[in-house]
Structure formats: structure tokens, C-alpha cells
Design a protein around this ligand. Structure first.
Ligand code: IPD
Ligand code: CA
Length: 259
């Protein structure tokens, strides 16, 4: 199933890469203030869904653009959770930080994850219980012993009302670490934590397709993922902290007041 997801991600990447050469030709619409979708998000999702359903016609689908399939419910044995372009705003601007995110949920548990960065040709994969990989090389979180030695990432979604709170969180974390970066793709931020390229990540108000694959990458790379109060319902809540165990504990202490 992981191989099928990789094939699906690569097909989507072909669509995305072709479009990235001529961004003036893409059709952009605004779902809500600053929340964009393009015809390329839709074409990429279609390529992913076709590939998955060709191999597994009975599986359920939850796609950012197409929504839930009719056979999706809490009992679904297999459900694919798809974000065809995580970082659509970056993609529209030619800012080279976006990815394809595909996760498989089996009876409520995420068991397979693929995040593909078509700009860098970085393929992140994880299978529950079998570790996380970047281009076939095992990856691990970096796990510095103190937040004071960490590089942290954080993003703010399109919801304008939450901005003031984000700025207070930023103000809380930034002076206590090496810095906070915001690069506009939640899935890639999680993949970066898994690969030890950053040491932690936090964001509120995410959707399950933004984080399902990335969260498995982080836990399979030895990291911890939780809500702002440290609890584990982050997939449904959409508020997430991910880091190595030591930095995670410090981030929860600092950010719990924002839970
Ligand atoms: C967005 C990105 C961004 C995050 C937003 C998401 P999209 O996803 O993950 O980093 O801050 O909350 O909506 O819309 O580009 O798929
Ligand atoms: Ca997304």
C-alpha cells in the first residue's frame, strides 16, 4: 500500500511540476479569505485518487478538494487522507515550499504516510512500527536536550481572528530558542522535524489532511506529537505540537496556556 501511495504522489507531482513552469496559466479561486485552491490542486488530487482506487477500489477517501467518499465512516477499514498540495499559497506564488501528503488510516489508526516534495525531489515515507525514511534513508528527530538549542517552525492559517493569539505564541517561543520559522506547509514542517532539519513545530486550526502523514513521520522518527495540552487527540482537534521528546515537553509547558 505504501508503494501505491508513492506511485500516486509521483503522478500528482508530474501534474504539479508541469504547471509550475507556467504559473500564469493556473486558475486560482479563493475558498475563503486567503484560503486558495487551484485547478492544479484538483487535477493532482484526481491523479492520486485514480491511482489509489485502481489498486484498491473498495477503500474510502478523504481528500482536501473532493471531500469524503460515500463509503467513509468511523468503521472504514481503509481510508486514504489526501492533501494534493499542502502549501497552495506558496505554489501559486512560485515560492518553492509545498508538497503532496497522503496517509492511510486503518480502523482509525494512521499506518502509512507519504510526503513528497516535488521541488527538492524529497520523498518522505513511514509505516507504523517500521520507522521513517527520506529517500530510502532512515531518519530520526534531532532531540536536543533544551529548547534553547532548538530551531522551531510554526505557521498561521488563513483565519484572521486567530492572528493575535499566534503572535502571542510566537512571542513566547521565539526568544527561548534559536528562532521560529514559518514556511507555509504544515506537512513539510512535520517532515522536517522527522528528518532533524528543525527541532519542533506548532500550529493551531489545522485539518486532518494537513497533518495525518506528517504526524506518523514524526512518531516513527522517534518524536512526539500532541495537542497543546500534551493530549493525543490532535488529528481531530487540529492543534498540534511535534518535536523530539525533550523539546516537546518544554513546548507543552510554554504553549499549554494557549490550548
Ligand atoms: C495550509 C498549509 C499551511 C497552514 C494552513 C493550511 P493548504 O494548507 O498547511 O502551512 O498554515 O493552515 O491550510 O491550504 O496549503 O493545503
Ligand atoms: Ca493543507
Amino acid at each position: 500500500m505504501l508503494n501505491t501511495a508513492i506511485k500516486a504522489a509521483r503522478r500528482a507531482a508530474t501534474v504539479i511540476n508541469r504547471a509550475s513552469f507556467d504559473l500564469d496559466r493556473i486558475t486560482v479561486s479563493e475558498k475563503e479569505h486567503n484560503n486558495f485552491v487551484t485547478d492544479i490542486d484538483q487535477a493532482a488530487e484526481q491523479a492520486i485518487v485514480e491511482t489509489l482506487l485502481k489498486a484498491y477500489p473498495d477503500h474510502a477517501i478523504l481528500g482536501e478538494e473532493s471531500g469524503p467518499s460515500k463509503n467513509l465512516n468511523d468503521e472504514s477499514e481503509y481510508a486514504w487522507i489526501i492533501d494534493p498540495i499542502d502549501g497552495t499559497t506558496n505554489f501559486i506564488h512560485g515560492y518553492p515550499n509545498y508538497c503532496i501528503s497522503i496517509a492511510l488510516q486503518q480502523k482509525g489508526v494512521i499506518t502509512q504516510a507519504v510526503i513528497y516534495d516535488p521541488v527538492r525531489n524529497d520523498l518522505f515515507t513511514a509505516t507504523k512500527g517500521a520507522g521513517a525514511y527520506l529517500n530510502d534513508k532512515r531518519i530520526r528527530v534531532r532531540n536536543p536536550d533544551r529548547l534553547a538549542k532548538a530551531l522551531i517552525a510554526a505557521n498561521h492559517g488563513p483565519e484572521p481572528r486567530a492572528l493575535a493569539e499566534f503572535l502571542r505564541m510566537y512571542e513566547t517561543v521565539h526568544p527561548r530558542c534559536h528562532g521560529v520559522r514559518a514556511s507555509g506547509s504544515a506537512a513539510l514542517e512535520l517532515a522536517n522535524v522527522a528528518a532533524g532539519r528543525s527541532d519542533g513545530y506548532f500550529e493551531k486550526g489545522l485539518k486532518v489532511w494537513d497533518i495525518a502523514a506528517g504526524a506518523l513521520l514524526v512518531t516513527e522518527a522517534g518524536g512526539i506529537v500532541g495537542e497543546f495540552n500534551g493530549e493525543s487527540e490532535y488529528l481531530h482537534k487540529g492543534d498540534i505540537i511535534a518535536a523530539g521528546p525533550k523539546v516537546f515537553a518544554q513546548m507543552v509547558t510554554l504553549l499549554a496556556p494557549f490550548a
